[in-house]
Ligand binder design. Structure first.
Ligand code: CTP
Ligand code: K
Ligand code: MG
Length: 180
């Protein structure tokens, strides 16, 4: 029971998990805020770039397409009916994740945190909130069917754990400047 919930939650959230990591690898170039400030601090900061956001979103959508091709054998292997992603849902998960992360940077700058500063709680869940919110708006029927209350509960518990593990890993590998 819990195993099938975890499998569904992880599978359904993969197109939202990967974009932020892809953005770390692809980041650089022009910041989205163009260097603009608001109320004495950068609007978003140099850590939110057009390239990172675009590549992150595309990687998330491509991953969803790949998962669609694997859904049948993967479902058979784990004995769970894993969901497929229509293009709008795939885009909503990937772009929503990037938007959640961008929104978090906006809040970090408003609260006096410099680029790269930690904001425990927000760092681990910003992209989840963004991805789920956009998915429920863009493809409501699909989101309601996949993200049942139980699956949502697993997502909210599992994501912070995965976030900490992947970010500490990326930091140790020298891919990221901070372990959060
Ligand atoms: N990145 C990007 N565009 C995004 C998100 C991330 O280019 N939309 C890249 C940037 O190079 C960024 C790195 O990924 O520095 C790490 O992402 P993140 O930790 O979210 O950014 P921070 O640099 O820590 O900045 P902030 O304090 O605003 O979160
Ligand atoms: K972040
Ligand atoms: Mg950071």
């Amino acid at each position: 029971m819990i195993g099938s919930l975890v499998a569904t939650a992880f599978w359904a959230m993969l197109p939202a998990y990967v974009p932020n990591n892809a953005a770390v690898l692809a980041g650089g170039g022009r910041p989205i805020d163009g260097g603009r400030e608001w109320r004495g601090a950068r609007l978003l900061g140099d850590g939110k770039t057009w390239r990172g956001t675009t590549v992150g979103t595309l990687v998330g959508v491509c991953l969803a397409v790949a998962l669609n091709a694997l859904a049948e054998p993967a479902s058979a292997a784990v004995g769970v009916d894993l969901p497929t992603f229509a293009l709008p849902a795939a885009f909503a998960l990937a772009f929503g994740a990037m938007c959640g992360d961008i929104g978090a940077s906006f809040l970090k700058r408003r609260s006096g945190r410099e680029r790269g500063a930690a904001f425990p709680g927000l760092d681990q869940l910003d992209f989840v909130v963004g991805a789920l919110a956009l998915a429920f708006v863009v493809d409501t029927d699909w989101a309601v069917a996949v993200f049942t209350p139980r699956v949502l509960a697993v997502v909210l518990v599992m994501t912070p754990v995965l976030h900490v593990v992947t970010n500490v890993g990326a930091y140790r590998l020298g891919l990221k400047d901070e372990p959060w």
